[in-house]
Design a protein around this ligand. Sequence first.
Ligand code: PLP
Length: 393
Amino acid sequence: MVSQQMLELGTARSVIRELFEYGKQRAAVVGADQVFDFSLGNPSVPAPPQVNQTAVKILTEQPDLIHCYTSAQGDAQARERFAQSLNRRFGGDYTADQLYLTVGAAAALCCVFRGLTCPGDEFVVLAPYFPEYGVFIRSAGAQMVVVPPEIEHFQIDFDALEKAITPHTKGVVVNSPNNPSGVVYSQATLERLAALLTQKSGEYGHPIYLISDEPYREIAFSGVTVPWIPHLYRDTIVCYSFSKSLSLPGERLGYVLVPGQVTDAGQVYAAVAGAGRALGYVNAPSLFQQVTSLCCDLTADLAVYERNCALLTGALREMGYHVAQPGGAFYLFPRSLEADDLAFSERAKQFDLLLVPGSGFGAPGHVRIAYCVQTEMIERALPRFQALADSYK
Ligand code: PLP
């Protein structure tokens, strides 16, 4: 007898992984260059050269030190470098002891949900949302409450959000730049969100934490600003990752930032650390604590994502697809050409286009296109998108 919940998680592959596996099988039949796999958010640009140089330097100069356990919250010097970088960039007074280093943003989120959850708690997520939130929140013993999407611009449907917030709400999760829509929440949207959460926290007599999941923070296109949310709302907890900005998804390095201004900041930080302990994370990978902290002011060459976005958005719109304007990340979330996004994704497969149905992101009637691929592949895929559109005429 095993845990039913874990058995289900372990056997039911995510739709994204399902498509990815299908793509590999299909490539064996028709050839890899004839399969247009837009399923996975795996960065296509290499990490900046300084990352490898720094790793080599550390491995050469400190071979006896680097493979050790670190403090559970992360090496003090590494956390200090992250704190100073945040202060330089966003003008705060963050300190090393407000940072808890994690195995990517996924672990950061798990530590925050688990650290905050008391019996009966709920976390509100805004569709379209990263599907793993459901897994992380439920595993922490909380309920996930979904706010339906505002499908014109993918900002926030505030009437729906207000209805979703109850005395049980422990936190609201935001992700901007967003996976899967690519949309960046505007300053006005975030100010309105902050005002609503401040009002509701007062009404219910307890803080409603805003959990800002921001692995795409640096991937913002020309003219788009990604507001620094802790400046707008006091009770913001930041979950960050170097998976996308430095193109290091396999190295698993991220952090939780619990700014000192957060209500009960010391307790929240300790509970996040306690959750990391309960989950057996021990410490984030020690080599990459050092490497990322020495390279945290750099990014991979992210410009290619903006070029891919312009190419794909322009072409799809000309073909008649409806696409909300993205401001960053590396995803497009067009409407499917029939109401049933699963059927549309199936039909796209006939053209060897692998597009992820929007239902899994809480936004049926859409598909996600991860365009963090070679530009040349997008160019070759355009006739397939046209043929897919023509098949509906
Ligand atoms: N949050 C969002 C919105 C993501 O898209 C991802 C990964 O794709 C994660 C969290 C997890 O990132 P990490 O690889 O750092 O665990």
